[in-house]
Design a protein around this ligand. Sequence first.
Ligand code: 5GP
Ligand code: ZN
Length: 103
Amino acid sequence: MPCIFCSIIEGKANAKIFYQDDNVVVFYDIAPKAPIHLLICPKQHFTDFISAPPEVRSRLADTVQKVSDMLGDRGKDFRVQINNGPGSGQIVFHLHYHFLAWG
Ligand code: 5GP
Ligand code: ZN
């Protein structure tokens, strides 16, 4: 089944990119639930949090810090959320952390 986040990572689908490096990409959620709503993803495809190895999870946590630093005052009130599995509300099965900020 095609993965929309892999398509974004490969540049085949559009998204507003906030940050990327060799391993992660951060882009704006298409249906924001806060004034700033970012999705932090590994470039490598993993279905969900529990499928990903510790180093991938750690890299995403490092990226949370980077995003927070980059936003500065614009992101000082924020929430980080991981949905793991359909019962939690996960609808895109490419691992991502939500970063929601209210400034
Ligand atoms: P989940 O519920 O799986 O944790 O969240 C998936 C998120 O991906 C949702 O907040 C949804 O709005 C977002 N999303 C779904 N499809 C796209 C898309 O094509 N582009 C972007 N930028 N976000 C998407
Ligand atoms: Zn994917």
